[in-house]
Design a protein around this ligand. Structure first.
Ligand SMILES: [Mg+2]
Length: 405
């Protein structure tokens, strides 16, 4: 295809269908956890649904979707890759990552939804078809930093989760090391773990291990909070728990720090939710920094990019396991990729949120026996319930409404 194709002014007018609008919705069904959805509207009446939720930056996302309109409105919605490339490269001064890859993700997911609807097939059929009958999940119990939570609560939740049929559990056993007031939670400086904090974390994990038995699959999330010495000390102390992985032991900026943890512990590692696009993953794979990767479909660049990162992991014989702690559209977008990727471990979920998902999407996806099951519905297979949505819509600029739990 020569230059004349790209330079033909008529090219963008040739397609039958055009994108007419991008619409964002901010919804808060769970206190302190706003979800940001994107609808892509077309002039043939089809509407695609995407998600790019991020708990700390909702107003930025809404503004970013608005800002992307000149790059997207008027385009053919079947040109998914071209639109992906256009947004990513037009924002190269912002490195195309993080904030920008969130925007790309929301739009990309909605475009795949439209494509599936236009062709009358589920998205996973467009990605090569299924390689498994369903997508196995892992889920969460409380983290030890939850307010007022006790080890007995974690033990009870772990037993219940096993009984409910989920095959894996992740938890953060590390209490916050910096006292803070108010509802805000999240690291605001790199933390040091005291020997006492590590001992408390081990007590938590030993109790959970005892509750679920020696063969059950457990993961620990450190949420990228610790300095190297703390991360190594905690990793060594956790070795006997026989985890599937120890997640984000150090902050995401330094691969050298991660390598130090890698070389000084004997525990499988996982990173990915704070890395975006295929380019961020090149050193992770080439330097064998981790054993699992967990890109987030709503942050890394959408369905297109999640599929590519999974495919990049495959020749390194590394499993991928999408991060998912957002809303119902995100988990469905990840699900369609997981149906088709041979090197899947499990898809993350918070199964206790599924009842909330039912309040705003229709129909709810099918889940049972610790897995999400495919349907024949075209596209993602879910849509926003606009009547119900009004009840939960949030003004993204309302500071009070955006207080975090
Ligand atoms: Mg995590």
């Amino acid at each position: 295809m020569g230059e004349e194709f790209w330079n033909d002014p008529k090219r963008e007018k040739e397609g039958d269908v055009k994108i007419t609008d991008l619409v964002s919705y901010v919804v808060q069904v769970r206190e302190g956890l706003p979800w940001t959805f994107v609808e892509v509207h077309t002039d043939d009446g089809l509407t695609g649904l995407g998600e790019c939720s991020d708990y700390r930056s909702t107003p930025m996302l809404v503004a970013g979707i608005e800002a992307a309109k000149p790059l997207v409105v008027g385009q053919d919605p079947s040109h998914i890759e071209e639109i992906w490339q256009r947004i990513f490269h037009q924002y190269s001064t912002m490195n195309g990552r993080g904030y920008i890859s969130h925007i790309v993700s929301g739009i990309d997911i909605a475009l795949w939804d439209i494509r599936g609807q236009a062709l009358g097939v589920p998205v996973y059929q467009l990605l090569g078809g299924p390689v498994r009958p369903s997508v196995p999940l892992y889920t969460h119990i409380q983290d030890q930093w939850y307010e007022g939570v006790k080890i007995a609560d974690a033990v009870q939740a772990a037993r219940q989760t096993v009984a409910d049929g989920y095959g894996g559990i992740k938890t953060d056993p590390f209490k916050w090391q910096r006292a803070r007031q108010g509802p805000y939670r999240g690291a605001d400086m790199v933390e040091r773990l005291s020997p006492k904090a590590i001992a408390e974390a081990i007590e938590w994990m030993d109790a959970v291990r005892e509750a679920v038995g020696p063969d059950y699959e457990l993961m620990v999330d450190a949420h990228g909070r610790f300095d190297v010495a703390s991360a190594i000390a905690a990793g060594r102390a956790l070795e006997h728990v026989k985890l599937i992985w120890y997640e984000e032991p150090v902050p995401p900026e330094s691969f050298q720090a991660l390598r130090q943890v890698r070389e000084n512990t004997d525990i499988p590692l996982c990173i990915g939710e704070r890395h975006f696009t295929r380019w961020d993953y090149i050193p992770i794979f080439e330097q064998r920094l981790v054993d699992y990767v967990m890109p987030d479909v709503a942050w890394c660049g959408g369905i297109s990019e999640l599929r590519r990162i999974a495919a990049m992991a495959e020749p390194y014989y590394i499993r991928f396991s999408p991060h998912d702690a957002l809303g119902p559209v995100s988990i469905m977008a990840g699900f369609h990729v997981c149906m088709t990727a041979p090197n899947l471990y499990r898809q993350e979920c918070l199964h206790t949120w599924f009842e909330d998902f039912k309040k705003i999407v229709t129909p709810m996806f099918d889940y049972h026996d610790g897995a999400i099951w495919p349907s024949d519905r075209p596209g993602l297979g879910i849509a926003l319930n606009h009547d119900a949505l009004k009840q939960y819509q949030l003004d993204p600029w309302d500071l009070k409404a955006r207080r975090f739990r």
